[in-house]
Design a protein around this ligand. Structure first.
Ligand code: HEM
Length: 213
């Protein structure tokens, strides 16, 4: 018995340690865009319109983290990369983090923290009208991402967290409605979002098939 318990405990410890170091590594890597932005702001290398560069850059990283977070379940199920799962929450929180920076940089650097103007722009510009609910969803999902909330909400937790796909669609609409000349970026983002949504629908369909069969 003791001989059996030994390696199992050691194995578990190794997995926990690896997860711990990986968490730190992902945390540091996820901060690189912010470090890059801070460095280039301090050294004044953000181009002719630094405020706009900051807004665009933080918006792009919000979307990238949304993509990365939504890729984790497909990667786990298709490639059996189970080690990614403990890091999904942190990556989702980074999407929220860059989303909040995005909103703040727009409100502070472009609008000079004029909340009246923020409200007026939200009504006037449809792409901002679409961006707000997307960010609101990320905030709600961030607040309810704790273990205590998972327990408290039970089955409703998974239902609520499916809203992330609505956030993804709204974020894409937000980008699409900003296009002034080239549709290239919006098309690439749309294709990625469609793939992620398609995989999700496929998994749901298979689950239903398995249940009924
Ligand atoms: C989950 C939420 C959001 C995501 C994923 C997101 C994503 C993005 C992305 C990717 C861009 C760059 C588009 C490009 O390169 O052309 C962008 C730009 C922008 N976003 Fe957001 N955004 C979000 C929410 C918001 C919110 C709530 C606001 C409202 C204040 C906002 C305001 C802006 C503005 C003003 C721009 C720059 C438009 C321009 O001057 O060209 N975004 N966003």
């Amino acid at each position: 018995m003791a001989a059996l318990a030994g390696p199992t405990t050691t194995g578990l410890l190794t997995v926990q340690l690896t997860t711990f170091w990986r968490r730190w590594l992902i945390f540091i890597v996820a901060l690189i865009p912010l470090i890059w932005l801070t460095f280039n702001t301090i050294t004044q290398q953000l181009g002719a319109d630094p405020a706009k560069t900051i807004v665009l850059y933080t918006g792009e990283w919000t979307l990238y983290f949304l993509f990365i977070t939504l890729s984790i379940t497909p990667l786990r199920r298709l490639l059996k990369w189970n080690w990614l799962m403990p890091h999904r929450r942190m990556l989702g929180l980074f999407a929220l983090f860059y989303g909040v920076l995005h909103l703040l940089s727009y409100a502070v650097f472009i609008l000079g923290l004029d909340l009246g103007r923020l409200a007026a722009e939200t009504i006037k510009r449809p792409y901002i009208t679409a961006g707000f609910p997307a960010l609101l969803i990320l905030i709600v999902l961030g607040i309810t991402s704790t273990q205590a909330m998972v327990r408290r909400l039970g089955k409703n937790w998974a239902r609520l967290h499916r809203l992330v796909y609505l956030a993804l669609i709204l974020a894409w609409i937000h980008v699409l409605w900003q296009v002034r000349s080239s549709y290239f970026e919006a098309t690439v983002y749309g294709a990625i979002a469609l793939c992620l949504l398609g995989i999700r629908v496929y998994f749901l369909w298979r689950k239903r098939q398995a249940r009924s069969g």
